[in-house]
Write a new protein. Structure first.
Length: 81
């Protein structure tokens, strides 16, 4: 299985959450890119965020966001020679 664009949109949206606090959520506005809007709806349907237009991470969402951010860090770091 490969990452398709819909999954990439969800991963990118998860990267917007600040993992240093549970007191800060996000808001996906009605005039945002349609791909971002539908990614938020899918994340909500999967139980990863509290609202279909953003909100806060659920426990499962926080775990997913931690993994997404860790994966991005690993892929960005240069590999040892």
């Amino acid at each position: 299985m490969r990452y398709n664009q819909a999954l990439m949109d969800e991963l990118n949206l998860l990267l917007h959450f600040d993992l240093d606090t549970t007191q800060q959520g996000i808001k996906v506005h009605h005039d945002a890119d349609p791909a971002v809007i539908t990614a938020a709806v899918r994340l909500h349907d999967k139980g990863l965020i509290t609202l279909s237009d953003g909100g806060y991470l659920t426990e499962l969402g926080r775990e997913a966001s931690e993994h997404a951010q860790a994966m991005l860090r690993l892929l960005r770091e240069p590999t040892p020679a």
